[in-house]
Design a protein. Structure first.
Length: 278
């Protein structure tokens, strides 16, 4: 998909760069594969804000995406590629030979009319899903499971991918987009290819209102607040904060390491921070 840039016919159009979605399906999604979606405004069941910066936005329907790909050995044809407001990637409607419909994450270079299949071992072509242990070393993959049967969790955002770089006693070594190398069990599923819409990162929303349509509220800097509201707040005149950057709750941020999970440390071969030290 190409990028569209606009002439500055108004202040909001100036600098606007969006992804060209002209080749996507123009109609509505399949009703059986959607459900209503309520806005939370970032609040929990008590009405307290638990996720800041969320409010408003255009009304959305949730599309059920098949992240598990457990329908093995049944070929499916790509009916159409669609926009999905719930994620940055595009989605593909596939129709199995037995007539079932499903949405999957659309990989790059997947076109309408292509055939995809999920199985223990399949051909290495975009959209096909198989166990990681059956993939050749060097394969580009996305939608990778971390637990067998749970559904894909790694590399699902637009343009992302991981790479199979080795095998070791029933485990597969995968290099993730962050630079981290880790073990994943060989029975976990992955889908061949990189996720669609890589140009998503090159867009420019052009105005604050477009962020609001996406449901994002403005973020206030800590140094602009009062001491009661933020550790960086207060001070006479404009200050720089006077300490290493922290969250409103005093936890180090902007690169400081806060990961504490000893049980999965053994699965990480090379930390994503290791490449920065070299």
């Amino acid at each position: 998909m190409a990028l569209k840039s606009y002439n500055p016919t108004s202040p909001g159009q100036r600098g606007l760069i969006l992804v060209d979605k002209s080749s996507l399906w123009k109609g509505k999604p399949v009703k059986a594969l959607t459900e209503g979606k309520r806005k939370t405004g970032g609040r929990n069941n008590k009405g307290h804000v638990t996720s800041r910066g969320i409010a408003g936005g255009h009304k959305q329907k949730y599309r059920f995406i098949d992240f598990k790909r457990r329908k093995w050995g049944v070929p499916a044809t790509v009916e159409r590629l669609e926009y999905d407001p719930n994620r940055t990637a595009f989605i593909a409607l596939i129709k199995y030979e037995d007539g079932d419909l499903a949405y999957i994450l659309a990989p790059q270079r997947l076109a309408v009319g292509d055939t995809v299949v999920a199985d223990k071992k399949t051909d290495v072509k975009p959209g096909n899903a198989m166990e990681l242990s059956q993939m050749p070393v060097g394969t580009i993959v996305h939608n990778i499971e971390m637990k067998p049967g749970k559904g894909g969790q790694i590399a699902r955002s637009a343009g992302t991918y991981a790479q199979v770089v080795g095998r070791d006693r029933g485990l597969v070594i995968v290099r993730l987009g962050s630079g981290e190398q880790r073990y994943i069990r060989g029975e976990c599923m992955g889908t061949v290819g990189a996720v669609s819409n890589p140009d998503n990162q090159n867009t420019n929303l052009g105005k604050a209102g477009r962020s609001r349509w996406l449901g994002k509220r403005p973020l206030t800097r800590g140094v602009a607040k009062n001491p009661v509201d933020h550790p960086h707040g207060g001070g006479e005149g404009r200050t720089s904060g006077g300490r290493h950057p922290v969250t409103p709750w005093g936890k180090p941020t902007k690169g400081a390491r806060t990961r504490h999970n000893k049980s999965t440390d053994k699965m990480i071969i090379r930390s994503r921070h290791a490449k920065k030290k070299r």
